[in-house]
Design a protein around this ligand. Structure first.
Ligand code: NAP
Length: 373
């Protein structure tokens, strides 16, 4: 049996200005081969990476670091592999808490095999009957983000009105379903008709609109929320946030999860309606999932029964192979979707749901096959 193997990696060529392109990333074979044995005394684990998550914050990490971004996260290092949340299988372990054959999730480099410090790696309970890829999403940091932002920051009450932007994305689809479980009235915005249909017909939203087809976002929100919005789960920023502020109720809450429309702009939008925060005594709070890592067990206790009962669904878009990683990641920001490339009339559609990269064919969950849409 072979004891070493070559290691493919996805490398950042140089810091990116503006929107990332596939050519900003490069697939290489690392000069060192991987030995199937972790160093004795290292307390590390050697893993084979199975799934890698494509996330909007990876676009921020491809840019040169600055004072603001460093308050949250380091940039990737040019010439080195990029990194993100992944699901992996342990091949060898020098940490007694992990055994060969365990499945783990956490931050990994975009490569076939990684040697990892186990701090920050979570062991997966394979008795939980979900696809392994879900640990890049609903059962990982994405799920915690949706849960913490909605419940801890927004404190929802039955009957309240909730608006979610980027509502068919990884986080948004969960927030919308959480809101329905709490008995709220929930409306989502998304960028295509297909996504709007998904929100209405699959994810249980009460109403939804395509923000790209609305000539006036303020009017669209007034149509959906004639009495105003109690809770806004913010994923996009810019003009959507400006229009939402005009439509918030007094003592409304806004969880500022993300501002994907603003991250890669050289000149960001200037908002007109910020004084509404004072006039309406709105609570508006930025947060990251890391801030809520202590409530991860509480989040699991909440979410697992709903998954088991089939009351929460989670949609993933799985792309096959590390070599397709750059186009999948860049597609988050450029609006391309790889499987639509052969259909020019649909090639401007952005991804919906959670975007995951699968590295091995043989590692779907034992009992449930990964959902592929
Ligand atoms: N705070 C945290 O800890 C945390 C954790 C995870 C994610 N986030 C943030 O939460 C937000 C959603 O993340 P996600 O993982 O759910 O993302 P996702 O699944 O990748 O969804 C992103 C969606 O955003 C929409 N979008 C892209 N560019 C846009 C633009 N210029 N204007 C408006 N919408 C745009 C697209 O959908 P449409 O076609 O519908 O426009 C895209 O599919 C992001 O801003 C992300 O950075 C924060």
């Amino acid at each position: 049996m072979e004891t070493t193997v070559s290691n493919k990696q996805v490398i950042l060529r140089d810091y990116v200005k503006g929107f990332p392109k596939e050519s900003d990333l490069m697939i290489v074979t690392a000069s060192d081969t991987v030995e199937f044995k972790v160093k004795h005394g290292s307390a590390a684990i050697l893993v084979k990476n199975l799934y890698l998550s494509c996330d909007p914050c990876m676009g921020i990490r491809m840019r040169e670091p600055n004072h603001s971004t460093l308050a949250l996260i380091d940039s990737f290092v040019p010439g080195k592999p990029i990194a993100g949340i992944g699901v992996s299988k342990v091949i060898d372990s020098d940490d007694p808490a992990f055994e060969k054959g365990d499945f783990v999730w956490g931050m990994v480099d975009w490569e076939g095999y990684s040697t990892l410090n186990t701090a920050g790696m979570f062991k997966i309970d394979v008795n939980i009957n979900v696809p392994l890829s879900n640990y890049t999403g609903i059962l990982g940091m994405i799920g915690l983000t949706a849960y913490a932002g909605f419940f801890e920051i927004c404190s929802p009450k039955k009957g309240e009105t909730v608006f979610v932007s980027a509502a068919s994305g990884a986080v948004g689809q969960l927030v919308g379903q959480f809101a329905k479980l709490m008995g709220c009235y929930v409306v989502g915005s998304a960028g295509t008709k297909q996504k709007v249909d998904l929100l209405l017909n699959k994810l249980g939203f009460d109403d939804a609109f395509n923000y790209k087809e609305e000539p006036d976002l303020d009017s669209a929100l007034k149509r959906c929320f004639p009495k105003g919005i109690d809770i806004y789960f913010e994923n996009v920023g810019g003009e959507m946030l400006d229009a939402v502020l005009l439509n918030m109720k007094t003592f409304g809450r806004i969880a500022v999860c993300g501002m994907i429309s603003q991250y890669l702009l050289e000149t960001r939008d200037r908002l007109q309606n910020l004084p509404d925060i004072i006039f309406k005594r709105i609570k508006m709070q930025g947060f990251t999932s890391i801030d809520y890592i202590d409530i991860f067990p509480k989040f699991l206790q909440f979410v697992l029964p709903y998954i088991k009962e089939g009351k929460l669904i989670y949609l993933e878009d799985i792309v096959q192979g590390l070599e397709n990683g750059p186009s999948a990641l860049v597609g988050l920001f450029t609006g391309q979707k790889h499987w639509q490339a052969s259909n020019p009339s649909r090639s401007r559609m952005m991804k919906s749901y959670k975007y995951v990269l699968r590295l091995r064919d043989s590692y779907t969950n034992k009992t449930t096959k990964s959902v592929m849409y």
